[in-house]
Ligand binder design. Structure first.
Ligand code: PEP
Length: 253
């Protein structure tokens, strides 16, 4: 059966790349061929979003923000709203990255309100979730993931799942060089898809793209992406190198 969901590779640049480094990296990305069966997203820091969006206007590469605030406007010094992102042409936002959860203490409840305002603004949400090493060692990783999803995003209306990409990122595999095995990734992605079918229905569970993140590199992407329920990747470190990122983008069979 042909799946209707898309293959997606998104690059999370984190707090890297000033404006000149942004242009250099984007120019290098633009030189490479992208196969038709994959959607490519890059998420530079806020200061590069508008320029990146303009630099990529003549390409199929989309630009995402790495975070945004949950309120529409007001006295929130240092924050950026959904409308501000949209005003510079950015319609996609990463929410719930493990660094936001761990360093900036973002809770599932807070993330639920960020999800709401993103969807109210007709943005696409890349919603990240994943267990810590202690959870996996304790064997509670499925419960932890289910709770993150239940409290962070399962409240949304069925129609809104068209605007959601899920990103499973086991915290112990992010930036550590340690990758979940393709089997571990598949096991969790399959669990999430089954849970979506139970809580919503198979339109939702079969339609949503679930990408994997955690030390994906050119050398391991093909095997991870070949798994039935893995629809691509969220890439950190390797997204800062154009050749590596594009090798990952083109790693679908
Ligand atoms: C990430 O930060 O989303 C990530 C997956 O990082 P890395 O690829 O460096 O592990």
């Amino acid at each position: 059966m042909m799946s209707m969901r898309k293959n997606i590779v998104a690059g999370n640049w984190k707090m890297n790349c000033d404006i000149s480094q942004t242009y250099l990296l984007l120019d290098a990305l633009k030189e490479q061929q992208i196969s038709d069966d994959v959607s490519v997203i890059v998420a530079p820091p806020f200061t590069s979003l508008q320029s990146a969006n303009q630099a990529l206007l003549d390409t199929d590469i989309l630009v995402a923000a790495q975070n945004m605030h949950q309120e529409a406007t007001g006295a929130y010094t240092g924050e950026v709203s959904a409308a501000m992102l949209k005003s510079v042409g950015v319609d996609t936002v990463i929410l719930g990255h493990s660094e936001r959860r761990a360093i900036f203490l973002e809770t599932n409840a807070l993330l639920a309100s960020k999800v709401n305002i993103a969807l109210d603004n007709e943005m696409t949400v890349i919603f990240c979730f994943g267990e810590e090493l202690k959870d996996r060692k304790a064997g509670t990783h499925f419960n932890v993931v289910k709770q993150q999803l239940q409290e962070g995003i399962f409240h949304i209306e069925k129609e809104n799942w068209n605007n959601v990409i899920l990103a499973y990122e086991p915290v112990w595999a992010i930036g550590t060089g340690e990758t979940a095995s393709p089997q571990q990734a598949q096991e969790m992605h399959g669990f999430v898809r089954n849970t979506l079918a139970e809580v919503f229905d198979t339109d939702v569970s079969e339609g949503v793209s679930i990408v994997y993140g955690g030390s994906v590199k050119p050398g391991n992407a093909k095997e991870i992406f070949s798994k039935e329920d893995v629809d691509g990747g969220l890439i950190g470190g390797a997204a800062l190198n154009a050749a590596d990122f594009m090798a990952i983008v083109n790693a679908f069979e």
